[in-house]
Design a protein. Structure first.
Length: 233
């Protein structure tokens, strides 16, 4: 339950085809204070976060409906794209697979920020979160591997940080954050964290919403884990 907004709120969840994205919708719809949950996804709406025309058209439709949101969750992203999983070494890096990772995990969220942030409520608290990953931390990288995915998430973190600085000028009460969901039992993690303790998507979504709910505008632009701890860049 989100309490920091002080009453009814409207939410937008982008990327609801995935396990965590759909879980965000489920959790938000159980909150009595949530007046509406609007969703965008490739499978349901033909929304393609990697295509600027698609992002622009979708947000233009929302703008025409005079949509204003208090909570925006961008749950897009993938570890395996076009059947190609994370690299174990530099030998496995290809320009094509790296470009695909950046398109979905970094450029897509940047387009969401460009087109969706104007729909954030301006005169009071608003929150915008992007799913990142601990492996995107440069300081925490002690194992190597997963070069393209790591780099794309590190880029996402920088995009979120930079956007937060800009948004603070026009929306001083807004919070923009990169969030690490932990190991979640979804198709993304099934082959890569079989022995780790994993959250259900609903558990992870609930934890992340709680973290977001307790962040202050002074913490906007930060990188946080599901338990509220700060992750080093």
């Amino acid at each position: 339950m989100i309490t920091s907004l002080g009453g009814e709120y409207r939410a937008l969840v982008i990327g609801v085809s995935g396990g965590i994205g759909s879980a965000f919708v489920e959790v938000l719809r159980t909150d009595p204070s949530c007046a509406a949950v609007v969703t965008l996804s490739r499978s349901l709406d033909g929304f393609d976060v990697t295509n600027e025309d698609s992002v622009a058209a979708a947000t233009a439709r929302l703008s025409q409906q005079q949509a204003v949101f208090d909570v925006v969750i961008c749950a897009t992203g993938a570890l395996t794209i076009n059947g190609i999983g994370p690299e174990k070494s530099l030998k496995a890096v290809t320009a094509e697979s790296m470009a695909a990772q950046f398109a979905l995990n970094a450029i897509g969220p940047a387009l969401v920020l460009k087109y969706v942030s104007p729909l954030l409520r301006k005169d009071s608290r608003a929150m915008m979160a992007f799913l990142s990953a601990r492996v995107g931390s440069i300081g925490d990288n002690r194992l190597g591997g997963w070069i393209s995915y790591r780099a794309s998430k590190a880029a996402l973190n920088q995009i979120v940080r930079t956007a937060a600085v800009e948004l603070a000028r026009t929306r001083p009460n807004a919070v923009v954050a990169a969030l690490h969901p932990g190991s979640v039992a979804t198709s993304l993690s099934a082959n890569f964290a079989p022995n780790h303790e994993r959250f259900t998507p609903q558990e992870s979504a609930g934890l992340l919403l709680n973290v977001l709910d307790h962040l202050s505008p002074a913490q906007s632009g930060g990188f946080f884990a599901y338990d509220g701890s700060t992750i080093e860049w």
